[in-house]
Design a protein around this ligand. Structure first.
Ligand code: NI
Length: 269
């Protein structure tokens, strides 16, 4: 069934996300069992910079729902560019949308992506819930996934999972039972949850007004055109925001930290 309103879209995105990442539901429940209130800091989406599905297209349902552009980010080595969008209602999650810069990728990758995008039914990308529809193309082969993965894990993830949240992020400031992000990480590790250690478990510092950590993506079985294979799916992120000198909480992102967080979907880190 098609979704036309922001609350139902956010709800659909969450249910879809925890279906393939049950660990997020488990962590969410652990927090609520401690009496904490779980608010989402942001939801992250991945796409390609092709005009049919670029950031602007992906942002459209959110902009139509009152979201405003909040900042841009560059990830040179990963060949990514991103925007974040925020809403005047601070209880609504920010939307972080990144896109792969195809002109910086190989001919083979470009051909594969073009083949995928050509399969999207005309106009489908303008559906309100396109960003939550999964793969609007036929299953790729295992070999295609592996070829993409070798060049950029990001493209392989989008080819396999399509349009859906890559991760949700818990707004740590709203968790009253944790003193700081280190205590939160220790709690998660004590539950046997593996954290992304690339660049250290905590990305960022109070000096850059944002600290982040994340779980590693769980492997799930995905059907490819030539059979099933276990691949990394989604992860859960945690963000603590600090006030700027003007007293307002920093609402942006820190590219150096996000760069490492992207690696939460890498294999066998
Ligand atoms: Ni994030």
């Amino acid at each position: 069934m098609s979704t036309k309103t922001l609350p139902s879209l956010l709800d659909k995105m969450w249910h879809d996300y925890v279906t393939i990442n049950p660990l997020a539901q488990k962590v969410h429940d652990l927090f609520t069992q401690r009496g904490d209130k779980v608010l989402n800091d942001h939801i992250a989406l991945r796409t390609f910079n092709d005009p049919r599905v670029n950031i602007k297209v992906m942002a459209a349902p959110f902009v139509a729902s009152g979201y405003k552009y909040g900042g841009e980010y560059f990830f040179k080595e990963k060949k990514l560019y991103a925007h974040h969008y925020e809403h005047a209602d601070a209880t609504l999650p920010k939307i972080f949308i990144s896109e792969l810069k195809l002109e910086e990728c190989s001919d083979v990758l470009n051909k594969t992506v073009k083949d995928l995008l050509m399969q999207i039914p005309a106009g489908k990308e303008h559906d309100f819930d396109f960003c939550s529809m999964g793969t609007p193309w036929k299953k790729v082969s295992k070999a295609t996934y592996e070829t993409l993965y070798k060049e950029t894990e990001y493209a392989a993830w989008v080819a396999a999972f399509g349009y859906r949240p890559n991760h949700f992020t818990v707004f740590m400031n709203a968790l009253r039972s944790f003193q700081d992000i280190h205590q939160l990480n220790d709690f998660l590790k004590a539950q046997g949850i593996k954290l992304n250690a690339s660049g250290g478990e905590v990305k960022g510092t109070p000096e850059v007004f944002l600290e982040q950590s994340s779980t590693m993506a769980n492997n799930i079985e995905v059907q490819f055109s030539d059979g099933a294979m276990q691949i990394p799916a989604c992860y859960y992120e945690f963000a603590k925001r600090y006030p700027l000198p003007n007293g307002q909480l920093y609402q942006g992102f820190v590219a150096a930290s996000a760069d490492k967080i992207f690696e939460s979907t890498h294999k066998g880190q």
